[in-house]
Design a protein around this ligand. Sequence first.
Ligand SMILES: [Mn+2]
Length: 302
Amino acid sequence: MILVVGHKNPDSDSICSALVTEALLTARGLEAKAVRQGELNRETQHILECAGVDQPELCTQVAGKKVWLVDYSDVAQAPDDIQHAEILGIIDHHRLGDIMTTNPLEAWIWPVGCTCTILFNLLQLENVAITPSMATLMMSAILSDTVGFASPTCTDKDKQAVEALATLANVDDLDAFIKALLIAKTDIEGLSAAELVEKDLKAYSFNGRDVVVGQIELATLDQVDSMIDALNQDLQRRCDEQNLAFAAVMLTDITSAQTRLIYTGEWASKLDKHQHEGVLMMANTLSRKKQGWPWLQAQLGE
Ligand SMILES: [Mn+2]
């Protein structure tokens, strides 16, 4: 049995691409199962409901197993015992991470907006039939990762994939579909500061230290106005408990592409010069991968 596992703090692409990779490997005649490393966010729950698909089983231990990784290639985002697993394949659209393998592997890493865009092309390459529910999973993940095509990570391949998948998924009104998805994406009602930070938190190694950068996608920054102090305290707690050099969360208004950065840690003072009246705004920033994290690396590396 091959386990297909997305990254920690799974987002929609991480779950949808695991499910579709299971279908790809099954079509190749292999025994494969999608699993998840954590709880689903509300957007992903919405997508699985639309697709009529059950959530993958929770699995955080892969020692002794054969695995495919989807939507990451960093050790920090893998199950903790990944060094004792056999990695057979990777499908990803991030910068190449630090995963090492003992044997040759099958790797599909493309600079596109979503892992599911790569999967759509692989399914076509291998003539695998795409069911309406697989099409729903893939188009939703692409629209989520590219924020309805608005993100600078979005490529023509992503748009072409969604166009073809919308037909296969029997979606007539794409705008309404995107709107419902983005409403689910930005629904944070009732979540605590810790849950908000954890929602889409990514760990990185940088200059020999550990850092974390989360992102909360919002319809308006007002949604978290009353929580700024609590978010700061939660980031500080993570620094203390995990000896992080830096912890931040990007508060991103996906309608205006304005991001406010909340941050703390030993390296925090490197960023203070970018504050105005105590607030650090990152203008025109939607993507952590292509904008937020590269900018932070340049600042923290100084
Ligand atoms: Mn992704």
